[in-house]
Design a protein around this ligand. Structure first.
Ligand code: HEC
Length: 246
């Protein structure tokens, strides 16, 4: 006779580890060094090599595709981080590659970013607030997008490239296939032309300077001119039309 109560128990344990894995993935994907440090402290406190630790480490590794290009930045190698890196597990080396801190051996130096003027900084700050309220619902606060919902903005050629194209995307939205950072997405983005010129400029200044981006800020007067020249447009942009614009 099988011992009936072990079934739900085993199942419960399986669920818990899977849940912990997703939790670790979400915390790591948030790219917040404070939250990740708390996660690492929690992992270090677990008995090593248990199914639970493995689930947590595997959860972090699920972010590899998104994080490899842009490792999560820590201010320094904290005690929690050092202890974590000392864990005896083959996954640690791979996870270490997903993180960087000042003084890390072989780490790339910080890119040199042109400072923003006081006005541009105010625009960036406004853009950050508006971005979290609207754009982040689809593109996510970390800007890495979400499968089936929205492509990434981090390292996107549309964000970093022509402001003429970028402004049009916000004013009238997008439809049909679009290639972003080597992957094609076939979704639709609604028009967000309800934002005024200052607000559009602010949001775009924000996404062009957040996440180690270093593209030029966008001025309201440029948005104003494009809004006027596309005033009769009623549909979302298609990639081919945008590519014809310099
Ligand atoms: C309702 C979800 C949604 C919202 C809100 C949204 N987007 Fe998008 N965005 C998308 C989708 C979906 C695409 C891809 C459309 C396609 O496949 O043609 C996209 C594409 C883009 C692109 C071009 C591709 C890329 O990833 O670089 C940019 C730039 C962009 N959005 C910026 C923004 C900004 C800035 C905001 C806020 C003002 C915003 N989006 C709000 C869903 C959204």
């Amino acid at each position: 006779m099988p011992n009936i109560p072990t079934f739900p128990l085993l199942f419960g344990r399986f669920l818990t580890n899977q849940f912990l894995g997703s939790l670790a993935r979400c915390v790591f994907a948030s790219r917040s060094s404070e939250r990740i440090e708390r996660l690492l402290t929690l992992i270090v406190a677990q008995p090593a090599a248990t199914a639970r630790t493995v689930a947590l480490l595997d959860g972090i590794l699920e972010t590899t595709r998104a994080t490899t290009k842009k490792p999560v930045k820590f201010k320094s190698e904290s005690a929690a981080l050092a202890q974590f890196l000392n864990l005896k597990d083959s996954r640690i080396a791979k996870i270490s590659a997903l993180m960087t801190w000042t003084g890390k051996l072989g780490a790339k130096p910080d890119p040199i970013v042109t400072p923003l003027s006081v006005t541009q900084q105010a625009s960036f700050d406004l853009g950050k607030t508006l971005f979290s309220g609207i754009c982040a619902a689809c593109h996510q606060p970390h800007g890495l997008g979400m499968d089936g919902l929205a492509p990434p903005l981090v390292d996107s050629e549309w964000v970093l490239g022509s402001e003429q194209r970028l402004i049009r995307i916000i004013l009238h939205g997008l439809s049909g296939p679009i290639k972003v950072d080597g992957r094609t997405y076939t979704l639709d983005m609604p028009s967000l032309g309800l934002f005024n010129d200052e607000q559009v400029a602010a949001i775009l200044t924000y996404i062009r300077r957040e996440w180690d981006h270093n593209a030029a800020p966008v001025e309201p007067i440029t948005v104003k001119a494009i809004r006027a020249s596309t005033a009769t447009r009623t549909e979302g942009w298609r990639q081919d039309d945008l590519l014809k614009i310099p």
